[in-house]
Design a protein around this ligand. Structure first.
Ligand code: NAD
Length: 263
């Protein structure tokens, strides 16, 4: 547990499912004020249940609908968070999408959709949070949800890999720019995690087996294992950490092909 997170306000984008949801529930356990951003009206039931669970665990929560690709929606998200809880301390840019297409067939529309959600959406979240922190003299923390694909090339997912590679240098650049203001900006790079984005792939035993072969620790990660890294990065325990990509991947980026002395 991280006592300094008690009473802090955190916004998490794309928080109705998967990693974002696990982060929201974990910040609730830390007794933070959690602002759950969700995308689709279909996610209202889920977010209502999350609010109840967070309140039961001693935190506080509201949900705010919004599309991270829209400037006005991100501005509204910050406005609603600060109106409700008085301030903002932590911004987690988590919303992301992917789709599989051979690169020579990838439409400009699909390219733009992934880049605008995964990269531009995270930029807008960073920009608006930074603006708020600077105007209110807050030494806040920003966490961007990257991926092992900020390092590992990924055929058929060129738009996704490009977006995550972009997040890496965006995070480092902003970290450098705002370090003098003591605003910390870091990323998390999950490996293969058990969330809806992977549901179809992991339901197919052959594809699941193929993924497991890429993970030296031998299991698919749980979203709670990513949330555990997010609360640490947001807390004072990480007070001297900025510009980092924290990799949480069961060893996926350790060149598993070289295991057992191969190569
Ligand atoms: P997920 O599909 O459960 O979560 C993504 C969330 O983003 C969904 O709730 C979705 O509604 C929301 N979203 C999509 N477009 C949005 C928009 N325009 N505005 C607001 N919200 C929007 O999948 P997840 O695995 O929890 O993914 C969360 C993040 O983690 C993503 O950035 C993803 O790239 C990253 N990630 C996931 C894995 C993994 O294996 N699951 C690995 C590496 C990185």
């Amino acid at each position: 547990m991280y006592p300094d997170l008690n009473g802090k306000t955190v916004i998490i984008t794309g928080a109705a499912t998967g990693i974002g949801k696990a982060c929201a529930l974990r910040f609730g356990q830390e007794k933070a004020n959690v602002v759950i951003n969700y995308h689709s009206e279909k996610q209202v039931k889920e977010t209502d249940e999350m609010i109840n669970e967070i309140k039961k665990s001693g935190g506080n929560a509201i949900s705010v609908q919004g599309d991270v690709t829209k400037e006005d929606d991100i501005k509204q998200l910050i406005k609603k968070a600060t109106e409700e809880f008085g301030s903002l301390h932590i911004m987690i840019n988590n919303a992301g999408i992917e789709n599989e297409v051979p690169s020579h067939e990838l439409s400009l529309e699909d390219w733009n959709k992934v880049i605008s959600t995964n990269l531009t959406g995270q930029f807008l979240g960073c920009r608006e949070a930074l603006d708020y922190f600077l105007n209110h003299d807050i030494q806040g923390a920003i966490i961007n949800m990257s991926s092992v694909h900020e390092i590992i090339p990924w055929p058929h997912f060129v738009h996704y890999a490009a977006s995550k590679g972009g997040i890496k240098l965006m995070t480092q650049t902003l970290a450098l720019e705002y370090a003098p203001k003591k605003i910390r900006i870091n990323s998390i790079a999950p490996g293969a995690i058990n969330t809806p984005i992977n549901a179809e792939k992991f339901a197919d035993p052959k594809q699941r087996e193929g993924v497991l072969k890429l993970i030296p620790m031998g299991y698919i990660g749980e979203p709670e294992e990513i949330a555990a890294t997010a609360v640490w990065l947001a807390s004072n325990q990480a007070s001297y950490v900025t510009g980092l990509t924290l990799i949480a991947d069961g060893g996926m980026t350790l060149y598993p092909g070289f295991q057992a002395g191969k190569g």
